[in-house]
Design a protein around this ligand. Structure first.
Ligand SMILES: Cc1cc2nc3c(=O)[nH]c(=O)nc-3n(C[C@H](O)[C@H](O)[C@H](O)COP(=O)(O)OP(=O)(O)OC[C@H]3O[C@@H](n4cnc5c(N)ncnc54)[C@H](O)[C@@H]3O)c2cc1C
Length: 421
């Protein structure tokens, strides 16, 4: 990040009056961190949060894990306890949906007919689970997973089922399959690509996940091109999937985990720049100095990746929101975290930190088939990216070295008999 970028952000801020009313659209993790941080940083003006879910801000990672398994409920996933949220003195307009932004008059309108004038606006609208094409789906027995209510309903349905069809071999699909197996439900995962999580993992780790799921009894079908999902011809309470090669598969119902569509329509309609997410700078500011965005919906310049990116991760939703809230009040701390994501499947905790190109030559430390290994992508003797499989301590150390830009000796790194220190 350049000093010029900070100077530009500071100049835009200096040209505006101090905010008295801040409006936040969205009620997820990013929105929650924005309102928390604004109050922590001393903002004592009017704070309005417009959110279309009934629940106060909560964290989504447990939805495909403990909540789905029936081991956790709303109280374990809340970002802020109800009493602490009351203390923040936020006008939570929920459930209500922001339907338009009038930039000229600086007004946000909602579906229920309310409106509010803002001095600053934060769009933290996240995204929705991408839907299968209508032309393919001829049954009502297809579900998606994004919200707490969906997770609870899906968990109940899983517990009442014998076989689930999971469409999509990405993170959500694989976590749902793992939880289904935990509940004793048979699971088939169908993936159109030749390998699992192909967008975020190198082939070696896709192969590891494939083995992991097959070993846990999941029927994983790669290169599977789904052409139809319909009611079972003899039982309308079940489904039948048909594939391009003519084969069919029967299940009680299907869950599709095929990606996320960012909620950018509001911003786009208001003329805010959108390009795979709302385009923001290092401080969350859009091309309108009064409007900011953060979390899954924002596309930001990543200092680590050296390119623009829209991240869908817990850490991004929290830390980008904190940086954005501070910038709203004139404290410019660029959001420059190394991208970090984790997933839990069966007895495996997998974490990805930094940059792992699909064709990266990975240095392996430990025993991948034995489910305890750290894989490093090095560039010019320094770590650019890490995949840690049940090795959280090594991930923590790597993060420290990456932030320090430290040079690493490859032989030491890959010698698992020498402790990393
Ligand atoms: C099942 C699941 C499991 C996950 N597991 C992991 C994990 O293991 N590790 C990890 O790093 N990340 C994980 N994630 C990703 C992480 O949870 C997200 O990156 C994070 O929730 C993004 O937060 P957000 O606030 O940007 O968006 P969201 O959480 O989507 O929140 C946005 C909110 O705004 C609301 N909204 C949208 N439009 C409007 C409008 N016009 N008016 C009012 N409200 C509106 C939405 O309904 C939503 O409630 C997981 C996500 C899911 C769904």
């Amino acid at each position: 990040m350049t000093d010029a970028a900070t100077e530009k952000a500071q100049a835009a801020h200096a040209g505006l009056e101090a905010p008295r009313t801040i409006v936040v659209i969205g009620g997820g993790q990013a929105a929650g961190w924005v309102v928390k941080t604004l109050r922590k940083e001393g903002f004592d003006g009017r704070l309005v949060m417009i959110a279309d879910e009934v629940h106060l801000p909560y964290e989504r990672p447990p939805l495909s894990k403990a909540v789905l398994a029936g081991e956790a409920d709303i109280d374990t996933v809340r970002l802020v306890k109800p009493d602490d949220f009351d203390a923040l003195n936020v006008e939570a307009w929920q459930p209500d949906c922001a339907s338009a932004i009038d930039r000229e008059q600086r007004i946000v309108r909602t579906q229920s007919g309310r409106d509010v004038q803002y001095d600053r606006l934060v769009i933290a609208t996240g995204g929705a689970a991408r839907k299968l094409p209508d032309a393919l789906v001829k049954t009502s027995h297809v579900t998606y997973l994004r919200t707490l209510d969906e997770a609870v309903a899906l968990g109940e349905r899983l517990r009442a089922s014998k076989r689930v069809l999971v469409v999509g071999g990405g993170w959500i699909g694989l976590e749902v399959a793992a939880t289904a197996r935990k509940l004793g439900v048979d699971a088939t995962v169908v993936e159109g690509a030749p390998r699992l999580c192909a967008r975020s993992l190198p082939p070696m780790v896709s192969g590891f996940l494939l083995e992991l799921h097959r070993a846990n009894g999941v029927d994983v079908r790669l290169n599977a091109s789904l052409v139809k999902l319909e009611d079972h011809p003899h039982d309308a309470n079940r489904i039948r999937a048909t594939f391009a090669d003519g084969s069919t598969l029967d299940a009680d119902f299907a869950v599709a985990g095929i990606g996320l569509t960012p909620h950018t329509a509001l911003a786009e309609a208001a003329g805010v720049k959108v390009d795979d997410g709302i385009v923001v700078d290092h401080f969350g500011a859009t091309d309108d100095p009064r409007i900011f965005a953060c979390g899954d919906v924002a596309n930001h310049p990543s200092a680590w990746l050296k390119r623009r990116v829209r991240l869908e991760s817990w850490a991004n939703a929290q830390n980008q929101a904190i940086s954005t809230a501070k910038a709203l009040l004139g404290t410019f701390e660029p959001y420059a975290d190394i991208p970090w994501f984790w997933s839990d499947q069966y007895d495996v905790n997998l974490q990805i930190l930094g940059d792992i190109p699909g064709d990266a030559q990975l240095a392996v430390r430990g025993d991948l088939p034995g489910k305890r290994a750290t894989l490093f992508h090095l560039e010019d003797g320094a770590i650019r990216g890490v995949i840690a499989i049940n090795t959280p301590r090594e991930l923590k150390l790597s993060r420290k070295w990456m932030n320090q830009g430290r040079s690493i000796d490859l032989a030491t790194l890959t010698d698992a008999s020498t402790a990393l220190a």
